[in-house]
Design a protein around this ligand. Structure first.
Ligand SMILES: [Ca+2]
Ligand SMILES: [Ca+2]
Ligand SMILES: [Ca+2]
Ligand SMILES: [Ca+2]
Length: 404
């Protein structure tokens, strides 16, 4: 399968908070997911090299003169143009951070999609692995159940990379509701078959494993969204269109329960460079200037969304809220007389985290080129998702991944 072949398409609607404003900017995004190399010989960094270069001396070694992340550049060193994203380094080279997020595991196929959101380059990747693959993540081993089939892991940007150096940015929140539709094509543009239904008639089960984000104070706002993660603020609405309202008297994004002066709007309460809504410890300085101090620059050792600077248990994520987990399944009948699947998976009934999952196929005849569609969503107000693994049942013939 040539690199750059269009294998999938993603249509998603996410909600963002920008520049410290409420998390209610609907952001429609679409990605053409291109066949990307799984050869790890040549790697690419995800973010830009720092301007002064790895040796700390400006103008030396691989200093990069532009502000475009290397994964988004083509071989000329400029941003790959939208009509030629197949030349982007994220497609032609292996993004090195993947090994830090998932461990040194070898995918069967990887697709990469690139879009630009308000000046921010965004990379979405799907990696399909052998059944039963175990991932060596910064949080420990993540085993997958081989009975569920081929795990497909979703990676958005370089989220989860322990080597990321945080920096203030325009996107201050990312929250529910969220919808996404992932279409995996039956054939490539040149007619090459990419996916076929199983040869044998029968029942095949698609599955989705999703883990939700932690909510330490149980107020329904996950720690990443909650500037007061240890003080319940049930009256505060992080999505309310007017920021001044119940729970945040001065509308500065820092709810009353932990705002030292809730009658005096201060967008960056601790003056560390991160807006209250983006700061994982909004009332204790933990920015760039503190990076060598104990507070660190947004250091969050246990990845629970509460910065070490104000985390009472900085090495015990479960102490700041258990992460809800769901496994959703949907059966698909394959056979000459079978009916296409309708409905979708039963909701898991998990309080505060109820992802929606639905599979659609354009044919259920055995051994036929098939386009399949995965719908995934998080209802409004639920906590956002963390890791997401979709499983394709054994029997499906995924030529693009070399599975026949
Ligand atoms: Ca709270
Ligand atoms: Ca406030
Ligand atoms: Ca802070
Ligand atoms: Ca923490």
């Amino acid at each position: 399968m040539p690199l750059g072949t269009l294998l999938q398409k993603v249509e998603a609607l996410a909600q963002l908070g920008l520049f410290g404003n409420p998390c209610n900017n609907p952001l429609p995004v679409s990605f053409d997911m291109l066949n990307a190399t799984v050869d790890k010989t040549e790697t690419v960094a995800f973010p830009d090299d720092p301007p002064e270069g790895p040796d700390g001396i400006a103008g030396n070694d691989d200093d990069d003169p532009n502000a475009v992340g290397e994964a988004f550049e083509d071989e000329t060193g400029e941003r790959a143009p939208p009509e030629n994203l197949a030349q982007a380094a994220a497609v032609t080279k292996w993004p090195a951070f993947i090994d830090r997020v998932l461990g040194d595991v070898q995918p069967l196929v990887r697709t990469a999609g690139i879009t630009n959101v308000g000046g921010v380059d965004v990379l979405l990747q799907f990696l399909l692995f052998e059944p039963g693959t175990t991932f060596d993540t910064p949080l420990g081993a993540e085993e997958t159940n081989a009975d569920l089939g081929y795990p497909s892991v979703t990676l958005l940007q370089n989220i989860g990379d322990p080597e990321v150096e945080p920096a203030p940015g325009p996107i201050t929140d990312f929250c529910s509701p969220l919808t996404s539709t992932v279409t995996t094509f039956a054939t490539a543009e040149d007619g090459t078959v990419l996916a076929r239904t199983p040869k044998e008639a029968g029942t095949y089960t698609f599955s989705l494993f999703a883990r939700g984000q932690r909510d330490a104070d149980g107020d329904g706002h996950e720690n990443m969204l909650d500037p007061c993660p240890l003080d319940p603020d049930p009256d505060w609405d992080p999505r309310a269109s007017t920021p001044v309202g119940p729970g945040d008297n001065d509308g500065d994004g820092l709810p009353s329960t932990c705002d030292p002066d809730d009658n005096n709007a201060v967008g960056d309460e601790d003056g560390d460079g991160y807006h209250n809504r983006q700061d994982n410890c909004a009332v204790i300085a933990n920015g760039e200037e503190q990076k060598d101090a104990e507070a660190g620059n947004q250091t969050d050792s246990d990845f629970d969304g509460v910065g070490d600077a104000c985390d009472p248990d900085p090495n015990d994520a479960d102490a700041q809220g258990k992460a809800p987990e769901v496994l959703l399944t949907q059966d698909v009948e394959i056979g000459e007389d079978a009916s296409p699947p309708t409905g979708g998976a039963e909701p898991a009934g998990t309080e505060g985290f109820n992802p929606e999952f639905k599979i659609s196929l354009d044919t259920v005849a055995p051994d036929s080129p098939v386009q399949y569609v995965v719908d995934f969503g998080i209802p409004a107000g639920d906590v956002n998702f963390g890791p997401l693994i979709a499983f394709v049942p054994r029997g499906f013939q995924l030529s693009a991944a070399g599975i026949e």
